[in-house]
Design a protein around this ligand. Structure first.
Ligand SMILES: Cc1cc2nc3c(=O)[nH]c(=O)nc-3n(C[C@H](O)[C@H](O)[C@H](O)COP(=O)(O)OP(=O)(O)OC[C@H]3O[C@@H](n4cnc5c(N)ncnc54)[C@H](O)[C@@H]3O)c2cc1C
Length: 378
């Protein structure tokens, strides 16, 4: 039976960043590493269906993994972009409100400071008029460290750098089930590259479940794994609409976040070609379908018009949707990233990642470091 030292399940941005960090650490020199991906290529799911925003680390509960890993991941990500020519722009973001919103904005500023994000600046009505004249807003905060990234080129860079360190990538390979026997994982998978699926079984010493929306399914297929430790999955879809008019904005524009931070509010986001796009909204769903109901343009226009009055539904064109792998139900307080290691579940060498929603793109390199360091004793 084939044997690898380290197996990573899922080639989204999180699995790729883990592969990059482990393969570039001298402590793991000469270890064989494989990434298994059930699709034909990497990053076809949540990792390519998001706002592509490098978040500052503003909204998350202090001391949460989200706060810590977002703030450190942001620095690592900007550094990575500069070092490896990944396109990005540190545009900055405006969080805007009416004059009655000073208290919630003040609360956001205090939360950011508790997370070590100390560069938020108040915006006056004059600043807003001068810098973003299309906005209808009387007050706001400016976050200079927020930016945008080409997430596909970023993932390509992680894959290329990992492969340069001899990491093996196996697309078209679905991990079906796992057994832990005599300190080794026996992994059963199906290779779907041809019209005749083949079964492939191998062993590995260390295993990482970074299967995104399917992490819970995979965890349930690990024999003898304590099912009570698997957080329930609550899928929350977010749709985007492109703006077909001329983009009037220089910055990313965010309203105040939704209650319980289910989403950050339907914001105005720009891609690197300055295409203006609005989204994502929030809708709890039962299936992983990415279709967009075009009639939602009316509710989008109504939400966006609060800060950008020139928007109308007929200027909005359905773009794409993504699904957040939340671990809390609608109306519940925000959940944190869950990183379960052997000390918690009793299977040394196994790390499982759940609830990898926003800001896991921003935090990806820091998540990679965290997983790498948990394995450094092996
Ligand atoms: C609407 C939306 C907006 C967002 N905006 C931002 C943002 O602006 N900034 C930010 O930082 N974050 C953002 N995020 C979050 C970010 O996109 C995700 O946290 C991140 O992409 C998660 O990456 P992942 O690798 O965990 O998951 P995925 O990208 O889903 O990758 C998991 C991979 O595992 C594979 N897989 C699953 N099961 C198996 C199996 N059994 N065998 C083999 N392979 C398997 C899947 O095919 C998939 O490729 C947003 C998310 C959403 C939904």
């Amino acid at each position: 039976m084939d044997q690898f030292d380290i197996c990573i399940v899922g080639a989204g941005v999180v699995g790729l960043a883990i592969a990059y960090q482990i393969s570039h650490d001298p402590r793991f020199r000469n270890r064989s590493i494989v990434i298994l991906e059930r699709d034909s290529s990497f990053g076809q799911h949540t990792s390519s269906r998001n706002s592509e925003v490098i978040h500052a680390g503003i909204y998350y509960a202090s001391d949460s993994l989200k706060a810590r890993l977002c703030v450190s991941g942001k620095q690592l990500l900007y550094q990575h972009c500069r070092q490896f020519d990944v396109p990005y722009k540190q545009l900055g973001k405006y969080i805007v409100g009416s004059r009655h919103d000073e208290d919630p904005l003040q609360a956001i500023k205090a939360k950011a400071e508790a997370n070590g994000v100390t560069d938020l600046q108040w915006l006056t009505k004059t600043d807003l008029r001068k810098n973003e004249p299309a906005l209808n807003s009387e007050t706001g905060l400016f976050s200079p460290s927020t930016g945008i990234i080409d997430s596909h080129v970023y993932m390509q860079s992680l894959m290329r750098l990992a492969q340069n360190q001899a990491v093996h990538f196996a697309p078209h390979t679905t991990v079906d089930s796992i057994e832990f026997k005599q300190q080794l994982f026996v992994v059963d998978s199906t290779i779907t590259a041809s019209s005749h699926p083949e079964h492939y079984t191998f062993q590995c010493h260390l295993l990482i479940n970074s299967a995104g929306l399917h992490a819970q399914t995979l965890a349930r297929n690990i024999a003898d794994f304590d099912q009570a430790l698997i957080p329930e999955l609550h899928m929350c879809k977010g749709c985007y609409f492109d703006f077909s008019g001329k983009n009037p904005f220089q910055h990313l524009i965010y309203p105040l976040p939704e209650a319980n931070e289910t989403g950050l509010g339907i914001h105005a986001t720009l891609d690197l070609s300055s295409q203006l796009r609005f989204g994502p909204d929030t809708e709890y769903v039962d299936s992983t379908e990415y279709d967009i109901d075009s009639s939602r343009s009316s509710s989008f226009a109504a939400a966006v018009a609060k800060y950008f009055p020139a928007v109308t539904a007929d200027l909005l064109v359905p773009a794409y949707a993504g699904i957040r792998p939340k671990i809390v139900a609608a109306g519940e307080a925000p959940g944190d990233f869950v990183v379960l290691d052997g000390a918690e579940h009793g299977m040394p060498g196994l790390i499982q990642l759940f609830g990898m929603e926003s800001p896991a793109l921003t935090a990806s390199l820091a998540i990679g470091e965290l997983v790498r360091d948990k394995f450094s004793g092996y």
